[in-house]
Ligand binder design. Structure first.
Ligand SMILES: [Zn+2]
Length: 262
């Protein structure tokens, strides 16, 4: 049984009907991919995640958080109210996230201070509720690492989702106990920096994610679903001169170790 460490089955762009959900699930299960940890975005997304889990309790892992996109698009008081709601909802989730920082100018606009506040608040919530964190960090690694050091990494650690940096950056997170979750970006021939990183990182820090419906692998046709894990595993197997099954098995056992799954 393999695992998609990060995906968005409740994203409004797909899985619009129970049939579509069932088809995506059957396609993944046909590839022996049976468990899907979600990336939380906002309260609407959290409640859709809960519905998915009700339908397929064995297959879905809940992760609730305020995504940097949500924080960037809402004002201080809306974020504060939503953080209170997060504190109420979080006990039923297995992870806190997505949380973090996204400093790309078109996302950030005037939200830098608010993003930092929301991230710090969520580090505290992760500690209080003993949940591993799912980090979304784009063009903000130095700041994120600084904040994690000041506030302290939760003992439950977490994962850095859609990692696409170099080895030195990955090492900063691994030194703090985070696992590195890799998606479609590694398959792009132009992405040498990430491929070089994947050649070097200890295999017991590696996770695989589809981030579906986003971040499809190079040359992928149709909507990106959790079956793209296989293509990502193939690329990593080639970079590490291992078998695809080894990559799938190691990443699955890493995930289970992080989340203390049997
Ligand atoms: Zn995501």
């Amino acid at each position: 049984m393999y695992i998609d460490s990060h995906c968005h089955w409740s994203d409004p762009r797909w899985n619009k009907t129970p049939e579509e959900i069932q088809n995506n699930l059957s396609a993944a299960e046909a590839q022996n991919i049976h468990f899907f940890l979600q990336g939380g975005v906002d309260p609407v997304d959290w409640s859709k995640q809960k519905k998915l889990k009700k339908m397929f309790p064995q297959n879905f892992g809940l992760s609730f958080g305020l995504h940097p996109y949500f924080v960037a698009a809402h004002d201080d008081s809306e974020c504060e109210i939503t953080l209170d709601l997060l504190a109420k909802e979080l006990p039923q989730a297995m992870a806190l996230g997505e949380t973090g920082l996204d400093f790309r100018p078109h996302i950030m606009k005037d939200s830098m201070v608010r993003q930092i506040d929301a991230f710090e608040n969520q580090i505290e919530l992760a500690k209080a509720f003993k949940k591993p964190m799912v980090l979304h960090i784009v063009q903000a690694h130095d700041k994120a690492l600084q904040i994690l050091d000041i506030w302290g990494v939760p003992p439950e650690k977490g994962l850095v989702h859609a990692f696409s940096g170099g080895f030195e950056t990955a090492k900063e997170y691994m030194d703090r106990g985070f696992l590195i979750s890799v998606g479609g970006a590694v398959t792009f021939s132009k992405n040498r920096k990430l491929q070089d990183c994947i050649e070097k990182i200890p295999m017991d820090y590696l996770l695989l994610e589809s981030d579906s419906p986003d971040q499809a692998p190079e040359g992928w046709i149709g909507p990106n679903n959790s079956t793209s894990i296989r293509v990502i595993a193939e690329k990593i197997a080639q970079l590490r001169r291992m078998s695809v099954l080894e990559v799938l098995e190691i990443s699955t056992s890493n995930f289970k170790r992080l989340f203390r799954m049997p």
